[in-house]
Design a protein around this ligand. Sequence first.
Ligand SMILES: [Zn+2]
Length: 498
Amino acid sequence: MHRRIIAPGALAAASLLLAIPASAASYSPGAPGIGDPYYPYYGNGGYDVSHYDLRLRYQPKTDELQGTATILARTTQDLSSFDLDFLLDVSEVRVNGAKAAFRHAEQHELVITPRTPLAKGTPVTVVVRYSGVPSTKSAYGFDTWHRTPDGAVAADEPEAAWWWFPSNDHPSDKATYDVSVAVPDGTQAISNGTLRSTRSERGWTRYSWRQDKPQATYLATLAIGRFDITTGTSERGVPVLNAYSKDLGDNDGAARASVERTGEIVDWLSNYFGPYPFAEAGGYVPNTTTGYALETQTRVFYSPKQFAKGANTSVVVHELAHQWYGDDVSVKGWKDIWLNEGFATYAQWLWSEHEGEGTAQELADHVYASHPADDPFWTVAPGDPGADDQFDDAVYDRGAAAIQALRDEVGDTAFFRILKGWPKSHAYGNASVADFEKYAEQISGKPLAGLFDTWLYQRSKPAVGAVRSFAAAGTAGKAVPQPKSWKKIEAAHGGHGR
Ligand SMILES: [Zn+2]
């Protein structure tokens, strides 16, 4: 995907130390990365954010974004300076009310040195005033800000925030959000959570959104454009708000015929995963040229291309399943991506069965049989795929087959208890694949280390004995027909902006 070889500037660190009073010798700069081996410079060390308040103004004609971000955090070490992840132009930073020194550093770091060093365990308020044209900014040679004819969209994984707000950009630091965006009258601004107010003044309309449950930075989204907004409530009482670009052309009908099923699908998924974890559900389809969908919290991002071949409820199931597996319970590190993609894919398999287009077992059979032992597919370990293969097909398909193998091993009763209990056991928090393994053993009462090792970590095709019911089908040389749902399921695989 993208790699960086950057030594944190030793010179810069030395000059910072000189600026600190002798009495504060124990104070040191926060690390420029939060410690994720896949992306060493993503997120930052030394503090934990609890809330982002983003007050923005966006002009679609010029792509100019102005903003004030107020970030509430708490220090986790004695800090002489700390980083935020951000690319736009900063005019002022205040820390606890006082102006702070700041500078941009490689590649997306904003290094902030407060007037007074910050003691460990204290609350900190950081205000960042900024402006810029996001489409002119890049890091590592890419740009995930998607311009549209009438606006722009921020929705990508693992990075999208740098182009529109300063943050501690890693899923392990979740926070609540208030996002308030002024746009020219006739244009809408879509974000996560619930729309608290819209107010027009002197040609501009301000949309104020609130996400009152913890949200990972990559799940924060912003879309500006001319949208048609629909609202409703699911049978079980979940409010739904969807938005469709007025410029979807031929894809408009298929997009609506898919995304308008949101309420029904949220209720259906809650049979398996427990009550829907957020105050509102929904999705939006902007007029982007992208091809993927993303589980942005409470308001899923869909590309029009997802519906170019007709309606696809399977992709809606995938992204809504992430609301439990990915958004409610988020990865601790990016290596834990199987907890997101394996389970969202398995939800599609359950939906396929519900729709009469192939059972989960048939889909597992198909995955197993369609990849011979020498297929590089089996060299990707879903339990720790590496940054380059984070969104490889194997994370999704072998990942979902691993879940079918678990089901075979523990039986349906324990399996569905695990599926429903897991989101509750780590609600609004973070978890690792190892945490899931422990949980599955605890609920089923069975030792599962061997099964998880075979399916999640071995870089080879599981042997016949390791896969009960579906091994036979795949190894007896019998053709395993492609289930009817297969192509729609595959359409939900990661194929991100780059
Ligand atoms: Zn996914």
